[in-house]
Write a protein that binds this ligand. Structure first.
Ligand code: PMP
Length: 431
């Protein structure tokens, strides 16, 4: 059989880039096969260098909620590029994006732009440490907050995909400052705060987890985090890098009514360009340099192209804020139909869904934390993934990530997805 261009390119890439990629999950290691090299994207579709077309449920891991290459976003970027690409000085656009986000999040009074979600979470914990004068932090197993040293302990996303327990290169003395607990265990949290409450600078959490696959917070979990962190003078950080502007206009905090002290954002707020941000109360945020002593900086922070793409995306989402309900409902219907197909085939499957995010766990038990997520059948997911890919459906190349439905996915796209799913299930029966 003729080799594909993706195969040739991956062979070259492996000689030039570690593992052939610039971010681990892209390498398809846990699902098998070689990654598709993408040539272009439009709406719900991505097109690889071999001319194959896929209905895309990765959406660049979340940013593309409007679909790829949305004409208004493209136009905003084009207009921005004509005025230069980076100045390293203040711009009108960064103020406009800041104001849009602050208006959408009641808990955010001031915000700082950075260039990735990693930077947002890394800087937010430094700020929390500087503000409180404490050093320990607490995170939850299977939550991913980027790859800063302190946050790579029992993390989700690629760490979960590749089964890496921690990471070499993270100094033990730093990892020791990170306490990890099972997600959704209010009891474990209470016990940990009884013990460490006065030493903790911050508690960081994905209010809806997306990086061990989708896991919703159990009733009372986030409420308890809020109540006890307040009692102990601990900064509560919601990492809404995935959930921000995904589940509603604003964050999950707007839906659950719980206000964190700091919020991390990324992905959608950059409209597909490199952006992250963190924000919160004025009292905490003003500890950042140059207003305060906690240092944080970036040559490309507030980059005018990135601001333009983010602003255009949020303007469109703002005008369509009532459409989130329909998007979430369509995703629910898709999930219900997939669940029925697997039910009819007698293949155990649990689908966790939050808004337009969902994960298929090949499991016969509920998935509520990292332990239950990681005991789902990742090999079976790999078989399903490959079957779907062959049929033109591009899912996350990992059993522990979310699928992202966008406003650009049409009814026809969803029907094609179900058809591919039915065909793939036929090949999985008895397997
Ligand atoms: N936090 C969360 C919740 C994320 O999902 C991610 C990335 N998937 C990050 C932080 C890190 O963002 P980035 O990849 O832009 O550094």
């Amino acid at each position: 059989m003729m080799r594909s261009r993706s195969e040739d390119l991956f062979e070259t890439a492996e000689k030039l880039l570690p593992g052939g990629v610039n971010s681990p999950v892209r390498a398809f290691r846990s699902v098998g096969g070689i990654p598709r090299f993408i040539d272009r994207a439009s709406g719900s579709r991505i097109f690889d260098v071999d001319g194959r077309e896929y209905i895309d449920y990765v959406g660049s891991w979340g940013p593309m909620i409007l679909g790829h290459a949305h004409p208004q976003v493209q136009e905003a970027i084009r207009k921005a590029v004509e005025r230069g690409t980076s100045y390293g000085a203040p711009t009108v656009q960064e103020i406009a994006l800041a104001k849009t986000i602050i208006d959408a999040f009641p808990s955010i009074e001031k915000i700082r732009m950075v260039s990735s979600g990693t930077e947002a979470a890394m800087s937010a914990i430094r700020l929390a440490r500087g503000y409180t004068g404490r050093e320990k932090i607490l995170k939850f197993e299977g939550c991913y907050h980027g790859h800063a040293d302190s946050l790579l302990v029992k993390a989700g996303s690629g760490i979960a995909t590749l089964g890496i327990p921690g990471s070499p290169g993270v100094p033990a003395c730093l990892a020791e400052l990170t306490i990890t607990l099972p997600y959704n265990s209010t009891e474990a949290f209470r016990a940990a705060l009884d013990r460490h409450g006065k030493e903790l600078a911050c508690v960081i959490v994905e209010p809806v987890a997306g990086n061990m696959g989708v896991v919703e917070p159990a009733p009372g979990f986030l409420e308890t985090l809020r109540e006890l962190t307040r009692q102990h003078g601990i900064v509560l950080i919601f990492d809404e890098v995935i959930t921000g502007f995904r589940l509603a206009f604003g964050g999950f905090q707007n839906l659950c009514g719980i206000e964190p002290d700091l919020t991390c954002l990324g992905k959608i707020i950059g409209g597909g360009l490199p952006v992250g941000a963190f924000g919160g109360s004025q009292a905490i945020m003003d500890c950042l340099a140059p207003a305060g002593p906690v240092y944080q900086a970036g040559t490309l922070s507030g980059n005018p192209l990135a601001m333009a793409a983010g602003l255009a995306t949020l303007e469109i989402l703002g005008s369509r804020r009532d459409d989130y309900a329909a998007l979430n409902h369509r995703t629910e219907e898709l999930c219900n139909a997939i669940q029925r197909l697997f039910g009819a085939a007698d293949i155990p499957l649990r689908i966790n869904r939050a808004g337009s995010l969902f994960t298929l766990f090949f499991s016969d038990h509920d998935v509520v934390n990292y332990e239950t997520a990681s005991s789902s059948n990742a090999d079976r997911y790999a078989v399903f993934f490959r079957g779907m890919l062959e049929r033109g459906i591009y899912l996350a190349p990992s059993a522990f990530e979310a699928a992202f439905v966008s406003f650009a996915h049409s009814d026809e796209d969803l029907e094609k997805t179900l058809q591919a799913c039915a065909e793939t299930i036929e090949t999985m029966k008895g397997g």
